[in-house]
Write a protein that binds this ligand. Structure first.
Ligand code: CA
Length: 479
């Protein structure tokens, strides 16, 4: 590097929404809303079109993002498995390298000794899911109830911490919004803003699961049947037909969800504006993302969990004008496990031992990087009380998705003792992007099916995980 001035180390600012589906972000082609301030990040940077979570649930995804490891490594497999907060994270690595570090917002990785945030100079976090109005914030100093709307409050506190910094050392700030998580409670400024919006119904809204496994049919997350009074906030008009009632519920759900998103969008704008005022926008790696996706009436559902596209796809927009030129959307498959190494790579800080995944910074900066053709997914929370989504794992390649529903909670916290007969699903995403035709048993797909089984077996092994005992060794490997 002789002769060239070392680049200033970037600030890191990650805004993590909760359950914000990519298809409710303007730049991803949303047909239900606009998000001009969030989109602005992509306009000055890059949009990643194939960013996926490796376990579509709040706690596990947050643990993977911070630690750069899969659920089976960090142990945060379900909503009831707190993170050992002494594990190294990208934040603790940055702190060791001289960064000032802060987190404001949803933590949801456990509470109390061993589970409160570590590696942060400053932390103010919501208790568990937190409240939309007058949220309680926990910090090293104790608990405090802060008047106001949670998305505004968290932004106020985060920007307040930035303004309190008084030296030139770089900083890392995480703003973890509660919104737009269930129960979708908008503030007065946005409530009702979608009351007259068209809100098109997804093509798969009436999907009855007949082309898929029994596992998918059992799920209790249907807009029509499983949204409750707390979700809907009001009683329906009395004279609706059954179909009209389903659509009324869809609208009620979406109107509130999108109004919560609109407040996030405004607050992302406040953050961008403040970075510009501080003269730090160019030297900050600014990321907007969500811990996983969400079904917005797709397959007739709300919620996430399943390894279907709407659930596993994370929005990810990044800007860092000093080092990343604006450009076309990035097609590369990346996952939440890759975030830690990528951020550390941008900061020029070594990853911790045991961090998995791979930095995708080379792709962002126009350097050569070998392609990635697949990623591994596993959902553990074999929950029989609420959403009835069975435990499963699988592989998604650029074209195909193979899922093994093993239907066994393995005795993990947050799972039920109920088990289900294993089932397979295979989708050809080129022919069936909506994933409504399971082709696992189609003879035309026999060859690709066996090949994917072997690839899944290998990939699972490569990341250090084990198959469920019910799964036979793939034929191609059983020599
Ligand atoms: Ca979430």
């Amino acid at each position: 590097m002789t002769g060239s001035a070392p680049r200033k180390r970037p600030n890191i600012l990650m805004i993590l929404a909760d359950d914000h589906a990519a298809h409710a972000v303007g730049t991803y082609g949303s047909v239900v809303n606009t998000t001009p301030r969030i989109d602005e990040i992509a306009e000055h940077g890059r949009r990643l079109d194939n960013c996926f979570c490796t376990n579509a649930l709040c706690t596990p995804s947050r643990a993977s993002i911070l630690t750069g490891t899969y659920s089976h490594v960090n142990g945060a497999t379900t909503l009831e498995t707190p993170l050992d907060a002494s594990r190294p994270t990208f934040v603790s690595q940055l702190k060791r390298a001289g960064y000032r570090t802060g987190i404001v917002g949803k933590w949801h990785l456990g509470e109390g000794e061993g589970h409160d945030p570590q590696g942060f100079d400053h932390w103010e976090v919501l208790r568990d899911q937190g409240e939309y109005f007058d949220p309680q914030l926990l910090s090293a100093a104790g608990a405090e109830t802060v008047p106001g709307y949670v998305t505004d409050v968290l932004t106020d506190r985060a920007l307040g911490w930035l303004d309190s910094l008084d030296s030139d050392e770089p900083w890392c700030l995480l703003i973890h919004h509660k919104a737009p998580h269930r129960w979708w409670e908008p503030d007065a400024a946005h409530d009702g803003m979608y009351a007259d919006a068209p809100l098109p119904v997804p093509a798969t809204f009436d999907d009855d699961g007949s082309g898929r496994s029994a596992a998918a049919k059992r799920a209790a997350m249907r807009v029509a049947a499983d949204l409750n009074r707390r979700d809907l906030k009001t009683d329906p008009p009395e004279d609706l037909s059954p179909d009209e009632l389903d659509l009324w519920k869809y609208r009620r759900y979406m109107e509130d969800y999108l109004a919560c998103v609109a407040s996030v969008d405004d607050n992302v704008g406040r953050v961008i504006d403040r970075l510009r005022e501080r003269g730090e926008f160019d030297d900050t790696l600014l990321a907007y993302t969500s811990d996983q996706g969400f079904f917005l009436g797709d397959h007739g559902w709300f919620d996430k969990r399943f390894m279907y596209e709407e659930s596993i796809r994370m929005p990810l927009l990044l800007s860092y004008p000093a080092a990343i030129a604006p450009g076309d959307p990035v097609d590369r498959i990346v996952t939440n496990v890759d975030f830690a190494r990528t951020i550390l790579d941008a900061a020029g800080v070594e990853p911790a031992d045991g961090m998995q995944g791979e930095s995708f910074l080379p792709t962002l900066t126009g350097r050569e990087q070998p392609d990635r053709d697949a990623f591994y997914y596993r959902y553990y929370e074999n929950d029989d009380a609420n959403h009835h989504a069975p435990a499963h794992y699988g592989i998604r390649t650029k074209r195909y998705k193979l899922i093994y529903f093993y239907g066994d909670g393995l005795g993990l916290p947050g799972t039920s003792g109920q088990t289900y007969p294993p089932e397979w699903e295979l989708y050809d995403l080129a022919e069936d992007p909506d994933e409504v035709h399971n082709v696992y048993h189609h003879t035309a797909y026999a060859e690709i099916r066996e090949s994917l089984k072997a690839q899944l077996w290998q990939l699972q092994h490569d990341v250090g995980d084990e198959p469920h005992p019910s799964q036979p060794v793939p034929a191609l490997l059983a020599e």
